[in-house]
Design a binder for this molecule. Sequence first.
Ligand code: NAD
Length: 475
Amino acid sequence: MYINGTWTAATADASFDVFNPADGSVIGQVYDGGQQSARAAIDAAAAAFRTWSKITAYERSAILYRAYQLMIERKEDLAQTMTMEQGKPLRAARMEVQYGADFLLWFAEEAKRVYGETIPSARADQRFIVAHQPIGVVAAITPWNYPVSMITRKVGPALAAGCTVVLKPAEATPLCAIKVFECLIDAGVPEGVINLVTGQNPAPIGEEFVNNPKVRKLTFTGSTAVGKMLAGQAAGNMKRVSCELGGHAPFLVFEDADPVHAAKGAQLIKFLNTGQACISPNRMFVHISIADQFIDVLQQRVSKLRAGSGLEDGVAIGPLVNEAAVNKVAAQVDDAIARGATLHSGGKRLIEGGLDKGFFYAPTVLSGITEDMLIYREETFGPVAAVMTFDDDAKALEMANDTTYGLAAYVYTRDIGRAMRMFEGLDFGIIGINDINPTSAAAPFGGMKDSGLGREGAREGIMEYLETKMGGFSI
Ligand code: NAD
């Protein structure tokens, strides 16, 4: 843990193990913090806010820029830690470190662009001035699936705005959080401004975050169930809240699209991070006239994906995070098959070749998905492509929107009118049109409906950490 400028190492009576999900081995131990640690960290952040909020945006920007440089210099080390702790292939881990660093660079720049405005008054002797000020102490909670970038996407804009931070990373990935903190500390973030509370049991730390009056803002990325609970409690105490929650992305392929190109895109985005991404497609709607070719190409590509430790060359499918994740994926696949889906590849846990000690599930393609199946509604968070067919655009749009989630959606079409109708008609915060990577530090990321509140990254990202103050001046 890192509180008020001091590291606390794991001790005999307060520690927990960190595991490699590829083989179950213990790769580290970290301090097991709780409510008291959270309170101490909040006190430190509240004290540091007085000075951090007052230094110039140029000074904060310079520190963030230095942290960006350090993260790039340490990319390989961070990526190795991520692969061992979270399981994704090394190449994907390097890309995530770059994506994570991009937020530090972006917000180093945005720090200098927190503009206010003047508003004309109806009274000749009056002036209105609007300014933005940092909100105060920010409590941040992050997930394990993107264990570096989910931190910088919050800490970057918070620091840029002039806020101080207490972070609780996911219990599965504290080592990545420690390495991110080392970059920030070595870049010159003063003591108390950023604090890291690691813990095996998140509930008492979360309770302190939502109840402590010194916390002015809660920012959470994780499951919809936990996000709703924490957002409800924080709202009860009038704290500002941002939530990036679960997703259930539709992937629509229209009759005018190239089915080979679309299948390639579907494979790349669906199996990214072994399907453990909030923007992962959960239902693929393919026009009936090209469905056979789409499924054929998808199946061929998926059957070539090799599973294993992300440190090995050529591995595309890392482990799932834990046993419960494997069981959830297996339950959705078994349920779909029992209700009549067709299995084209995968469909089982992988245990051969030394994979039995890790949490591996075979990359899977299913077709014939129907509304009564679990996979049609539940977020899978695993390597399963679930395909269904359609023959009517309006019906496809209606089914795509038939989910409580609203994070990402994907559309393949070469018809500009259809592309625009889908962009406007889909109830999701992020729409990829013939594009499977609609994410960037420069673009607003976030969802509608049960997928969350607020946006991260982009121009909007820093506004989540600012209060609006209005001055009416009689002259
Ligand atoms: P999770 O909700 O179980 O955990 C997320 C974080 O919340 C972890 O740090 C965890 O320790 C903490 N947490 C859990 N219970 C808590 C409690 N009672 N009080 C305080 N903190 C608590 O989710 P997960 O399984 O780690 O992450 C996967 C989920 O995150 C998926 O649903 C995924 O879609 C979502 N996600 C969303 C985005 C996005 O930007 N929208 C990005 C990544 C992941």
